[in-house]
Design a protein around this ligand. Structure first.
Ligand code: AKG
Length: 277
């Protein structure tokens, strides 16, 4: 049973952590899944940051990993956890995303909302953010408290290490992302950021519409291997994306054929997503 403060944090702040959530076997199964994904990149691997100061191995919804991950999420009590965090009767598994920073030199990933490149709306969305090293708070995931329920910004292209706010859609409607790193350099209290120190077995749960970014690695914490598993519940709908950027036009960049069947405001449902509760 999750305590009321954890539920409050998730619902209000858009982020919480559950300590020792994974037992050794579950942690090993998650690590095995991440290692497999790294060794077998899928068609959605994102290579634009390779060779830059933000170099990160990022891969998304690898179709070849789907059977393995559909089985994995059944072995861990995500269904009960999200039922309680959201107050949802049903829970579905969307897909995975992986973020790997190695060698102590990669900077912070651009702050962003996942809803900038995925056609999602509603309160019942959740990422389970699983890292396998000890990660101090300064190198961990950072979330702008409460932003999941605030302004929907344009996305970041994730292609310009000199400008993490370079707009993804540039449709003239979505406001450009704030430059949080620059603001924080000028005033460390400019943004109310939440981040948690992590030990293996701890899991961070965040609402993916939160403005969030993975912090840098450094000499003390040179490597971070992160598996993100994404879920949705009853209050989740399809939200059309702008059509200005052909890669993301209307349907986002994942499960495009399935997304093309949904209309604005439809419940976010498709037989491709495994129901776990
Ligand atoms: O771990 C990171 O570097 C970023 C994580 C992220 O963007 C996510 O969980 O959606």
């Amino acid at each position: 049973m999750i305590d009321q403060e954890t539920i409050r944090q998730f619902r209000e702040d858009g982020i919480t952590v559950i300590r020792n959530y994974l037992d050794e076997e579950q942690l090993a199964a998650c690590r095995e899944a991440l290692d497999w994904n790294m060794a077998n990149p899928g068609p959605n691997i994102f290579r634009a940051l390779e060779g830059t100061s933000l170099a990160t191995h990022i891969d998304n919804a690898n179709p070849n990993a789907k059977p393995k991950l559909d089985a994995l999420v059944q072995k861990i009590p995500f269904a009960e956890t999200f039922q309680q965090l959201w107050g949802s009767e049903h829970v579905w598994y969307f897909a995975e995303e992986i973020f790997v920073k190695e060698g102590g030199k990669s900077g912070r990933g651009p702050f962003h909302q996942d809803t900038a490149n995925l056609p999602w709306a509603g309160a019942h969305w959740g990422n389970a953010w699983i890292s396998f090293e000890h990660i101090p708070a300064a190198n961990s995931l950072q979330v702008v408290r409460g932003s999941w329920n605030g302004i929907e910004y344009d996305g970041s292209t994730f292609r310009n290490p000199d400008d993490p706010t370079e707009p993804l859609h540039d449709d003239g409607i979505l406001p450009r992302l704030p430059h949080i790193d620059k603001d924080m350099e000028e005033d460390p209290n400019a943004w109310d950021l939440v981040s948690y120190e992590i030990n293996p077995g701890d899991v961070v749960f965040l609402h993916p519409r939160s403005i969030h970014g993975g912090a840098h690695v450094d000499e003390q914490t040179p490597d971070r291997h992160t598996l993100v598993l994404r879920f949705f519940g009853d209050d989740s709908t399809f939200r059309e994306l702008p059509r200005t950027n052909p890669v993301y036009a209307r349907n986002g960049f994942l499960f495009r054929d399935e997304m093309a069947k949904l209309n604005q405001g439809d419940p976010f449902r498709s037989p491709i997503f495994q129901q776990i509760a």
